[in-house]
Design a protein around this ligand. Sequence first.
Ligand code: AMP
Length: 286
Amino acid sequence: MKPQLIHDCATLRSLVQSLHRQGKTVGLCPTMGALHEGHLSLVRESLKRADVTVVSIFVNPTQFAPNEDFDKYPRTLEKDLELLETVNQGGNVVAFSPSAEEMYPSEFHTYVDVAGVAKPLEGAFRPIHFRGVATVVLKLFLMTQADFAFFGQKDFQQVQVIRQFVRDLNVPIEIVMCPIIREADGLARSSRNRYLDPDARQRALVLCQSLKIARGMLENGCRDRDLIREEIRKTIEIHPSHKIDYIAVVNPDTLLEQGPELTLPVAILLAVKIGETRLIDNILVG
Ligand code: AMP
């Protein structure tokens, strides 16, 4: 069934208010569109837990720095709606695709600025990124009055940033983290994979391959942070055009770097440029 398509906040608000009056629950899957199996896995999980699922499709300008890919980010609304149709057997999926003016009218002056978990890693390389993410996600939480929101482990730091402001601001919502969906050869699904030419697409496997090696080392009892990081580095740097932004071996709760002798649980997060395309991936062990 085609999902209902809403473009404005007022219509969305009156829909969710009427659902709540009927005692129905609402799940929210925030996305920037260019949907793929990773996004659909969030929608499927939401459909299991909530009566109605709102999928927001919005390329959020405030989370891109001027030198980033906001302009070239893929916008494929018609195709996204067709994909949502494949999971909307019950007719309980709503697509919310607002304009930038709808989300950020002129005279918009309020931002959510998370410290702590938002500052290292992506926060260090993309200083305004999480401010934009937290702001748009809180707006979506308020607009949809959602009971649950679904995010992918693919963006693990983002999940931790959202959990942080939900706790800090007493937002009445349950955050559900869903596993990373990968291609058959291991590459994490991402809207940005379409930037990769066939050669770069093949070389991009170094992210998941290096994480697999690290997981094997940890599972075999290795606790030597620097040894694990070195193995990852060697695997990624097999090609001179691969540029590592970070290889972080951290405590998953705080995202602070672990000491030289690791204690489980461990999160390993990577950001690597494969040519012009910046990709991220991660594993959680223990
Ligand atoms: P994006 O459209 O890239 O902002 O992603 C929207 C949501 O989909 C975020 O919660 C992402 O973590 C999630 N997501 C993106 N790719 C994947 C994937 N490969 N597996 C699971 N979740 C994903």
